[in-house]
Design a protein around this ligand. Structure first.
Ligand SMILES: [Cu+2]
Length: 264
């Protein structure tokens, strides 16, 4: 066999390389501003995953380069490599360690998702309508007031978005909130967000939905509650019948309360 590997040195090199990669990767602000209560939790999850992946990547690189250097064929050596018939300890290790890492990642992600989707009291409901290539919004707690291309929500209030697609799959994404959810024809999907920073953001369709996908955006305004109430009171239109129909039809999954529940 190959003789003893310099395990301690390789581990030290792995830790050093993982630390260096993590330091670089963590110094980058990947997701931009945090503007919802979910954002810091999701960013922390991402940071933990970055450190874990850096470690795995470093371990693979150290072993790869060690093997390249240590077992390089001598010039002129045309012989076959030594046949190997398995190594139980090694196989147990490379099965067990990734399993533990993946289970940890799954458990941690699950708990974060549970946490950010928890509803407190009575969230405000907003209906989200998506179609090629525009967004519009209804406020069931405000007499089904309706607006196109501009979403307003009060700051520090939990909002439950109920998504309806009129044609193909779209996806609701406000990067600063971190929350992303597909709008699927025939199904009501929901996303729960508590925006916690006043400001103007962009809602971006993040599911390739056709020719105009790249321009399928809407303005998102997070404002103090009084200002929001004034804005919503000033809306002239109510949700058009075709959209009301899509709310009625999209019942295959999750809405537990009747459509229209929840108020601002
Ligand atoms: Cu779209």
């Amino acid at each position: 066999m190959y003789g003893r590997l310099p395990i301690v040195k390789m581990l030290a090199a792995t830790v050093a390389l993982a630390a260096a990669i993590s330091a670089v990767m963590l110094s980058i602000n990947w997701n931009g501003q945090e503007a919802s209560t979910a954002a810091p939790k999701i960013d922390e999850l991402l940071n933990v995953m970055i450190v874990l992946s850096s470690f795995v990547f470093a371990l693979v690189m150290v072993m790869l380069f060690y093997a390249l250097w240590k077992f390089k064929a001598k010039p002129g050596d045309e012989s076959d490599g030594e046949p190997i018939h398995g190594n139980t300890r090694l196989e147990v290790a490379w099965t067990l360690i990734p399993t533990v890492i993946v289970l940890f990642a799954a458990g941690y992600s699950w708990s974060v998702l549970n946490d950010i989707e928890k509803t407190e009291g009575q969230p405000m409901t907003v209906d989200v309508f998506s179609q090629q290539f525009a967004w519009s919004f209804g406020y069931p707690g405000k007499g089904n007031k309706f607006v196109e291309g501009e979403l307003h929500v009060p700051v520090n209030r939990q909002v439950k978005f109920k998504m309806h697609s009129q044609d193909v799959i779209h996806s609701f994404w406000v990067p600063e909130w971190r929350v992303k959810k597909d709008n699927v024809p025939g199904i009501t999907t929901t996303a729960t967000v508590t925006p916690d920073k006043v400001g103007t953001y962009q809602l971006i369709c993040t599911e390739l939905c056709g020719f105009g996908h790249a321009s399928m955006r809407a303005t998102v305004v997070v404002e103090p509650p009084a200002q929001f109430r004034k804005w919503v009171a000033g809306l002239k239109e109510t949700v058009p019948p075709a959209y009301m129909e899509s709310i009625r039809q999209d019942t295959e999954t999750n809405p537990v309360e009747p459509v229209g529940a929840g108020g601002a």
